[in-house]
Design a protein around this ligand. Sequence first.
Ligand code: GLY
Length: 376
Amino acid sequence: MAALPISTIDPMIDQTLLRLRRLAQKDSRRFPNYGEANRYVWAENKNWLAGFWPGLLWLAYHATEDNLFRRQAEALLPTFAERLDRQIHITHDLGFLYTLSARAQWQLTGDRAARDLALRAAADLLGRYRQPGRYIQAWGAVGAADEGGRIIADTMMNLPLLFWAAAETGDKRYRQAAENHTHHSIKYLLRPDGSSHHTFFFNQETGEPDHPATHQGFNDDSWWARGHAWLIYGFALAAHWCENDEFLDTARRSARAFCNALPDTKVPLWDLRLPADAPTYQDSSAGAIAACGMLRIARLSDDKQMRERGESLIEALLDTCLEEDPQGEGILRHGALHIPKMWAPDAYLIFGDYFFVEALLTLTNDVPDFWGPGGE
Ligand code: GLY
């Protein structure tokens, strides 16, 4: 029996839409990022978080056809054009940023200018592809001495913009770069026991593998939960775009390892391999992202066990992380933005809210496919 009956999901969706409607009535040129108490902190379009708010608005527009959501999402798009024009903090996060803004707008409204903007972003992302290593450089200026050789787990969720651009333009370079990067992520970010490194360095001159390192995990030997969640969903999406069984098996193996490392609450801690004296913050966002990945795996292979795993993650978030304060602006509590820097260690996170709503809509089988090739 499904862990989450529709009679549970539908009222949850109504409740989240109410919160989103209140939030959408606020500032239309800025972006909720993370929570402080029961409020969101809003920022300009200048960091990796900016895509998730338009993404939520587009999900809400799809669910309700309420033009408030559409108007607000469309009003944000010029800030994304300006960001590319002025090259404001451009990294591998172009996928997160332009998939949920420009691609989503094109997908739901047929706006060709939005499509063109998403393609411009994809071209910039392809510009971060490094030969001879055959990977997408995550951070820093292309070829920078300190960052030119680094890949990170999160990039797997930026690749859908490249897969989409390949399908949209017929230019095979986009897909080749994304596939090569996926193979490298499997080979160098996954450990033999199914856990993962957050990042890995190559020699950028020769492309030879060098060493793993963490950035947001506890240490180099630990296992950053959200990075692993990005891998699960990213591998599943690469499997969907490429119809590739190796990618799908890897997604499934990564999902099982993640589930086996969860505490009894089934809400991930921020790092899945913590020593006894380490801080034990939860990261609800990692649970929501991983659930979306598991639901995608289930959809691709009619895997009922994987659907149940995804549902049980969402059920755990509903049980213990849902915002209960009616005035609270966010949906999910207990996200961990960046524990090593102690940024928002126990807060709403806009991407946690995004993937939670995406998962709820996925469970109703009525969700636009912003990341995959599926259309609506
Ligand atoms: N992509 C950055 C993060 O997940 O914190």
